[in-house]
Design a protein around this ligand. Structure first.
Ligand SMILES: Cc1ncc(COP(=O)(O)O)c(C=O)c1O
Length: 433
């Protein structure tokens, strides 16, 4: 059993204190800050399998998973070996490589909607580009997104956004011109009537609908039965495109993503995280007819110095190869169910209102009696209680995302014993909340 009793975080505190003067908030991305849960971020030294070690030598069981990519476990030996071999050949070509073909074919084979794919460097880039493509293809400017969904930090998506924007309770960001977001329409999640009304009020003006098919950026919120199917029908009816942002859910809730899991095929899909095996990556793809509009095949411009980077492609290829092995998703589902069900049971036994669940290797727990169908429901959960839960778990060596508005992630490296250890800690923490 791993020793996860945290002794001191003195070095973490010193490094983070110094970071505050060097970088805004001391971090390279706001979601890493502990603003909504209190305390200070832990400064990491190394990661391996299901574990992370901080600069003070403490070991934690990790459910952040570098925000999703580490589905095979951190620093998987086969991914590292493939990267070492690739590294000998150089870090960037800025020209075509066979690795791009291999990963593109793997993505096309896996994801039902994707017939052609373009690699970029982040999920944000993928979502920016897909929006341009939606508009280019339909000749329409307006787009529907859902409250609490996060599609990266590009201007036109910073409207009622999830993830760090939700965690920090920020209003829509300053610096984003109204003229840019005036074409971004929003609806509550799982509310088909609201989407219908938007289509009726904006006839022939809506390029499409984009969503996280299983939401992770407002906490974990699965789609209601019929919601994805309803969006598919509505978009068809109105000549608009349906886009699944599967940056988080791609290769996580199932090998072929949420679209495979729920049997609903969008027109376009964005990917990131897992397909880069822990290196910076993003991708967008879809029907050949639409993707053929992308430059240089077509007129819609989008480019990138490091796009299709050979190291990112190599890590992605090896990661997907590992995921193709038999039993992968059954295992992820089993341990994640054990964790999610176990947490709920503990909350119930100790008299704390809670709801949550899991799909594949993605899970969540809200401190509210629920049910949580959308961001407004998620906001009703007891955030102060979550903060105490987070702190208690951290002190017992369990590393959870520092926000109620983020999903949790498991990996193939998490053992039954890790889950037992986590539930043991949760029992201790929740009964004392
Ligand atoms: C669903 C979704 N879309 C887009 C993004 C943005 O990706 P990136 O952080 O790689 O820019 C994220 C990041 O968490 C995400 O979860």
């Amino acid at each position: 059993m791993v020793n996860t009793t945290i002794k001191t975080t003195k070095k973490s505190q010193e490094i983070f204190a110094a970071a505050q003067n060097l970088m805004p908030g001391g971090v390279s991305s706001p979601v890493r800050a502990f603003k909504s849960v209190g305390g200070q971020p832990i400064v990491f030294d190394r990661v391996k399998g299901a574990y992370i070690w901080d600069v003070d030598g403490n070991q934690y069981i990790d459910y952040v998973n570098t925000w999703g990519p580490a589905i095979c476990g951190h620093a998987h030996p086969e991914v590292i070996a493939a990267l070492q071999e690739a590294l000998e050949k150089g870090t960037s070509f800025g020209a075509p490589s066979i690795q791009e073909n291999i990963l593109a074919q793997m993505v096309i084979d896996a994801v039902p909607s994707i017939e052609m794919v373009r690699f970029v460097n982040s999920g944000t880039e993928a979502c920016m580009a897909v929006l341009r493509l939606m508009r280019a293809f339909t000749g329409r400017d307006k787009v529907i997104k859902f409250e609490g969904c996060y599609h990266g930090h590009a201007d036109m998506f910073l409207v009622k956004a999830g993830s760090g924007v939700a965690t920090l309770g920020l209003p829509d960001s300053p610096g984003v011109p109204k003229s840019v977001t005036s074409n971004t329409l929003t609806a509550p999640l799982n509310d088909l009537e609201a989407v219908k009304t938007l289509f009726e009020q904006n006839r022939d003006q809506i390029a499409g609908v984009i969503l996280e098919p299983v939401v992770g950026n407002a906490g974990f919120i699965p789609p209601d039965a019929g919601f994805l199917e309803g969006l598919r029908e509505l978009t068809h009816e109105h000549g608009a495109l349906l886009v699944f942002d599967e940056v988080m859910t791609g290769f996580r809730v199932a090998y072929g993503g949420a679209q495979e899991k729920f049997g609903v095929t969008p027109d376009l899909t964005t990917l990131g995280k897992i397909i880069g095996g822990g290196l910076p990556v993003g991708a967008y793809g879809g029907r050949r007819e639409i993707m053929s509009m992308v430059a240089p095949a077509g007129p819609m411009y989008q480019a990138g110095t490091l796009s299709g980077n050979p190291l990112a492609m190599t890590a992605g290829i090896k990661t997907l190869e590992l995921l193709q092995r038999p039993g992968t998703y059954e295992y992820l589902d089993r341990i994640t169910k054990k964790l999610a069900d176990g947490l709920l049971e503990i909350a119930q036994q100790t008299g704390h209102a809670a709801c949550g669940g899991h799909i594949g290797g993605m899970f969540g727990l809200f401190f509210t009696s629920g049910p949580v169908h959308n961001y407004e429901d998620a906001k009703k959960s007891d955030l102060a209680k979550f903060a105490r839960f987070h702190r208690g778990m951290l002190e017992r060596g369990i590393y959870l995302a520092p926000s109620q508005f983020e999903a949790g992630f498991t990996s193939l490296a998490h053992t039954e014993e890790d889950i037992d250890r986590t539930l043991e800690a949760a029992k201790d923490v929740i009964s004392n909340l």
